[in-house]
Design a protein around this ligand. Structure first.
Ligand SMILES: Cc1cc2nc3c(=O)[nH]c(=O)nc-3n(C[C@H](O)[C@H](O)[C@H](O)COP(=O)(O)OP(=O)(O)OC[C@H]3O[C@@H](n4cnc5c(N)ncnc54)[C@H](O)[C@@H]3O)c2cc1C
Length: 261
């Protein structure tokens, strides 16, 4: 019997396992894939944008919709705590533009390795290559997990940290939504938080740019001979996903940037 079983070895599951084991709990982390932290390792173009050092008010202001709900979790663990956490694990961080924090080594793998090392130090047990099929429930109480192999594990609590549906090849295929519903949670409509920008501009449609070499910015975003400003692009995402692009149609001014206008 474990105190806590954590399903999913992405950043949420890794952090949850460290938090629980730091509090003296017996923890089992169960991961579907053969490796932990697959999405973490590709994040930030392989550099991992660990957190942001802007004041909390600024961060909340930039969260689309009502970001004020973040004040409550931030009161327990905030951006400065994340910086402290990784620096204590020996991952030196540096600040770049707009307060973005990256490892000095520019390697997301170092961020992941630091967490794996801390899990080992705290005695977190890992079970890889073990997709979870369902939560074991007794009336309204979750009592453990069942793997696709049929194996069952009991625990006092289960943390579902299986991610959403983005980049499913990293393992996050949306398995947690039906489990959450079965356990009594409400699942809202799903939509992507980052979507492609389409353009009717002649120089895009002609595909002339395809003949030109794209470079990659350090954060992994392609930089073409014209420039797509990342903050501008991200700011447009909530508009696009609400289907309001007619109202906020971005206009592309070669050679500099897209504008919301
Ligand atoms: C290209 C890209 C770049 C990004 N860059 C950044 C960045 O620089 N900074 C940043 O903060 N965020 C970045 N993000 C977002 C960040 O990667 C995600 O927010 C984060 O990975 C979510 O963590 P998670 O633990 O919730 O889920 P995930 O990382 O998706 O992990 C979920 C884990 O659960 C496992 N799992 C799923 N189903 C099961 C099952 N049935 N049984 C067992 N295990 C299961 C999966 O295999 C996976 O390992 C980026 C995302 C992408 C796609």
């Amino acid at each position: 019997m474990y105190d806590i079983i954590i399903i999913g070895g992405g950043p949420s599951g890794l952090m949850a396992s460290i938090a629980a084991a730091s509090n003296g709990k017996r923890v089992l982390l169960v991961e579907k894939g053969k490796k932990l932290g697959k999405k973490l390792i590709i994040s930030g173009g392989g550099r991992c944008n660990v957190t942001n050092r802007l004041p909390l008010e600024e961060i909340v202001r930039h969260i689309p919709g009502n970001g004020r709900f973040m004040y409550s979790p931030f009161s327990v663990f905030n951006n400065e705590d994340i910086i402290q956490f990784f620096e204590n694990l020996g991952v030196a961080l540096k600040e770049e533009d707009h307060g973005r924090m990256f490892p000095v080594s520019n390697r997301a793998q170092d961020v992941a390795d630091a967490m794996f090392g801390e899990m080992d130090r705290l005695g977190v047990e890992r079970k890889l290559d073990s997709p979870v099929k369902s939560l074991l429930m007794n009336d309204d109480k979750v009592t453990g997990i069942r793997l696709h192999s049929g194996e069952e594990f009991e625990s006092l609590a289960v943390v579902v940290a299986v991610g959403g549906k983005a980049v499913p090849q990293t393992g996050s295929t949306g398995d947690g939504y039906p489990w959450a519903e079965k356990a009594g949670h409400t699942v809202t409509d799903l939509y992507p938080t980052e979507v492609p920008l389409l353009s009717n501009e002649a120089f895009i449609k002609s595909r002339d740019l395809q003949k030109q070499r794209a470079r990659h910015a350090p954060d992994g975003h392609a930089v073409h001979p014209f420039r797509l400003e990342r903050p501008c692009y991200l700011a447009l995402q909530p508009v696009r996903r609400q289907g309001n692009e007619e109202k906020w149609r971005p206009s592309c001014h070669r050679p500099h940037q897209f504008h919301a206008g």
